[in-house]
Each structure stands twice: as C-alpha cells, then as structure tokens.
Write a protein that binds this ligand. Structure first.
Ligand SMILES: Cc1ncc(COP(=O)(O)O)c(C=O)c1O
Length: 285
C-alpha cells in the first residue's frame, strides 16, 4: 500500500538530530571515532536512591493503571515545592502545574493550543530544532530571530519591535540557552516581559538546563508580571540524569487551557518514583 502522509508533514523534514545521529553512526563505522556533542543526553545514572524507589515502587500492584490527566496531586505538590525552593516562584499545584512526559511533549501541546493556521511564532536561531517542527505541525509559521555573541545571545528586542508582529502569538526562548550555554540576566528577563506585555505575545520559556553548570538556577516566572505572559517548561532529563524516564512539567497561569491539548497520561510508575524520589525531595527539602 502506498499511503500518502498528511499534508501537515510537508516541509517538516527528518528530525535534525535523527539525521545527524545516522551520519555519526556511518562515520564511526568508517573508523572516524566521532565524539557526539549533539544531544544533551546525560552520561551518568540517576541518583541510586531514585533507582531503589523505582524498583520498590514497581513491585506494588496499584501503580500500573492509567493516571489522572492532570497528574497525581503528590507530584504536582512536589513540583510546586521545587519551584518555590529553587526559583522563589509560588505556583498553585492544582491549577498552575501540569506534569508532562518530558518538556518536549509540552512544546507540542503549547503550539497545538495557541497556533491557528498562519499564526506566527518567534524562534531562536541558533536554537533547539523542535520549536520549529512543533510550530509547523500545528499549522503555524516559524519566524526566526538571530542570537549573536555581540548581543550576549539575547534577542534584539528593539529590532524585533521594528518588524510586523501583528501575527506573532508565541515566542520561544530558552535560557540557559542551548547550544551556547548563555545564562539569563534579570535585566534581560525584565525586558522580555515588558516586550511580551506590550505586544501581547505569549513567552514560552523552555528551561531544562537551569541546573547545568549553573549555581543560580532561574525561572522566568520569578520576574514581576511574568505570570500573565509566560508559560515555562522544565524537566528532570538533564538536571537529574533521567532523560529516558520522560519526566517534565509545564508551569504557569495558562495551564488550564493547555490541558485541553494534553492527550497523554504521564507514565504512572515513573511518576510514583519521582514523587518520592530523593531528587525532587532533595531539591525541595
Ligand atoms: C532546549 C531543549 N529543550 C527541551 C529538550 C527536551 O527535554 P525533555 O527530555 O524534557 O523532553 C531538550 C533536549 O535535548 C533541549 O535541548
């Protein structure tokens, strides 16, 4: 059978990293010994306590059914405590926290929730390739903004203001920034909130690297006025060496409408582990 793929896949192309990994595999086969710096996949194991709790939890008989669409209350409380302890951000565990199967899932949900055909989303260049794939899959149009060393890898908001922003609904930002590692400054975060408020653009802050090589983890939600214009994604993938476990979270006032697009049930066994897991507890202790 020659089944046609949907038109929404047109222009998406193969996922950037999937293609690169194939090329690296081929070069390695040719004896080139390529060091792969492409994907931020941790090469250490999770904390031994986490593995222990997973083993113990998986033996229980009440952890294998579907779990609630909005995530277990214990996990949502743990996430809320984590945000308060590490970022000084108060979020209501019932209404402002949505557990995810990794933050990547949230990138898709956000685009599906807010973008209509031909709506635009601002996307960092260089940046994580998933933003543009998700925007295109949702029917929107990516508009790339350049990040340069001269401008501390921050968007030039003044230059952006001179462009036509009338169709822009979302702006993807990611600090600490992948791939440059640039940390955010409070001054920059404040100007971003002012920009978003003025132009009524939802800032989607992708924040999986806040604990990596960084003593002062920051959340964009800590900035005054942010809750009105920001949703933030976070993840245990990098910070807790749990990339394959798929534990992420979406935090922000707009979480309610986002649950409409949330078709997954977070993985119960992993969630059970994480709700007791020493990493979440240690970070929120
Ligand atoms: C900037 C950025 N955002 C999101 C992700 C995906 O993280 P998760 O494992 O939580 O889906 C990655 C993974 O490499 C990333 O580099």
């Amino acid at each position: 059978m020659n089944m046609q793929t949907s038109s929404r896949l047109e222009g998406i192309g193969e996922y950037y990293f999937s293609q690169k990994l194939r090329e690296i595999e081929q070069l390695n086969k040719e004896g080139k010994q390529i060091i792969n710096l492409g994907i931020g996949s941790p090469d250490l194991a999770p904390h031994p306590d986490v593995i222990k709790v997973l083993q113990e939890t998986s033996a229980a008989d009440n952890v294998h059914a579907y779990q609630s669409y909005k995530g277990s209350p214990i996990l949502r409380n743990a996430i809320s405590g984590f945000y308060q302890k590490w970022y000084g951000v108060i979020v209501d565990p019932d209404t402002e926290v949505l557990p995810l199967i990794g933050s990547k899932e949230g990138i898709m949900h956000i685009c599906m929730t807010y973008l209509n055909t031909d709506d635009q989303a601002l996307i960092p260049n260089p940046g994580y390739p998933t933003y543009s794939s998700a925007v295109k899959l949702a029917g929107g149009n990516p508009v790339y903004y350049d990040l340069t060393l001269q401008n501390n890898w921050e968007p030039d908001l003044e230059a952006l203001e001179k462009t036509d922003l009338s169709k822009v609904k979302l702006m993807w930002v990611n600090y600490p920034h992948m791939p440059t590692g640039q940390l955010p400054s409070v001054r920059f975060f404040e100007s971003l909130i002012a920009f978003a408020t003025k132009h009524q653009i939802l800032i989607c802050h992708d924040n999986p690297y806040s604990f990596i090589l960084n003593e002062t983890p920051q959340s964009l939600l800590a900035i005054k006025g942010a809750k009105e214009v920001v949703v933030e994604l976070n993840s245990l993938s990098k910070s807790s060496n749990m990339a394959g476990w798929r534990v992420g979270m979406l935090v922000g006032k707009k979480k309610k409408e986002l649950t409409k697009c949330c078709v997954s049930n977070p993985i119960w066994i992993v969630v059970c582990t994480c709700q007791y897991n020493s990493l979440l507890q240690r970070r929120s202790a």
